[in-house]
Write a protein that binds this ligand. Structure first.
Ligand code: DO4
Ligand code: MG
Length: 284
């Protein structure tokens, strides 16, 4: 089952199940569950959504999908794939060994990525910082965690990154990673029962410029050097999440140097079991 947040042209918005090319809105007027977050907090989100389903359908083409987030924090793991370790060592002469060490260390790299207002959903713009000249999208399988850090769903994430800022000095990582419109999430959340086995989850990044595909790369979760449970366990050490969390699990695709995004590019992230997250790129 897939759960989405949507808005109609009238401005009316809601939560819905996604079935093929249409939405089945959920009735949240009863007060038992008032938001997507509260459904994800329930003992059985699948049954809760099934129970709330209205006898009504809206074509997906008639809605604007919203990011499938309420008040959760967004965190990200880094250097969880060999390709990310190699690319980071290449961009950061001064601190190459940091990336080498973290790839092999028991403690993973985890960083705060975004608050909800910095997140864009499917079709909404993602930003290149005005003070950066080398930028890439990072396509990442994203774990949806409830307040007990239980894995209650999956979505696609785009961990937009300014490689020149991070490469200059790793202490600049928060500026390379966290700014307005820095994170894509969507198009919706797939509940765990709807996902393929982990070893079969493929991830694809396609970048369009001027109507042409200028980059097309693939990886799979089977290339990830860590397990979801390991990352969640470290995230939860002496850390509480009273509004739940999203955890991007790191990128296994980094376009070759000197590729950089331009404003006007369209980025598509396709993840098996979820679907396609598409975002146009803007720069201030
Ligand atoms: O070490 C910097 C960030 C790494 C990252 O975002 C990734 O590997 O996906
Ligand atoms: Mg990343």
């Amino acid at each position: 089952m897939k759960l989405a947040k949507y808005q109609l042209s009238s401005g009316q918005h809601g939560v819905a199940r996604v079935e093929g090319d249409h939405l089945i809105p959920l009735d949240l007027s009863g007060g038992q569950y008032r938001s997507l977050f509260e459904i994800l907090e329930s003992d059985n989100p699948y049954e809760a959504a099934d129970f709330l389903s209205k006898a009504e359908q809206i074509p997906l083409a008639q809605v604007q999908l919203l990011p499938p987030i309420d008040q959760q924090e967004v965190w990200a793991a880094g250097v969880t794939y060999k390709r990310s370790q190699q690319a980071r060592m290449e961009e950061s002469e001064a601190a190459a060994s940091c990336y080498d060490r973290v790839y092999a260390s028991p403690r993973p790299e985890l960083f705060f990525k975004a608050s909800p207002h910095r997140v864009s959903g499917h079709g909404q713009p993602l930003r290149i910082r005005a003070d950066s000249k080398w930028n890439v999208p990072e396509p990442e399988l994203t774990l949806v965690l409830n307040t007990h850090l239980q894995l209650v769903g999956f979505t696609a994430g785009n961990d937009m990154s300014s490689r020149d800022i991070e490469g200059d000095n790793p202490l600049y990582l928060p500026q390379a990673k966290c700014y307005n419109q820095c994170c894509g999430l969507g198009p919706w959340i797939t509940l765990p029962v709807g996902m393929p086995p982990r070893s079969e989850i493929g991830i694809r990044l396609v970048i369009h410029r001027g109507g042409k595909i200028i980059y097309d790369g693939r990886t799979g979760v089977d290339h990830m050097a860590r397990t979801f449970e390991d990352l969640i366990g470290w995230l939860g050490r002496d850390n509480s999440f009273p509004t739940g969390a999203f955890l991007l699990t790191g990128t296994g695709i980094v376009p070759e140097t000197p590729f950089t995004l331009h404003k006007g590019d369209i980025v598509e992230i396709k993840i098996d079991g979820i679907g396609t997250l598409l975002n146009p790129i803007v720069q201030g």
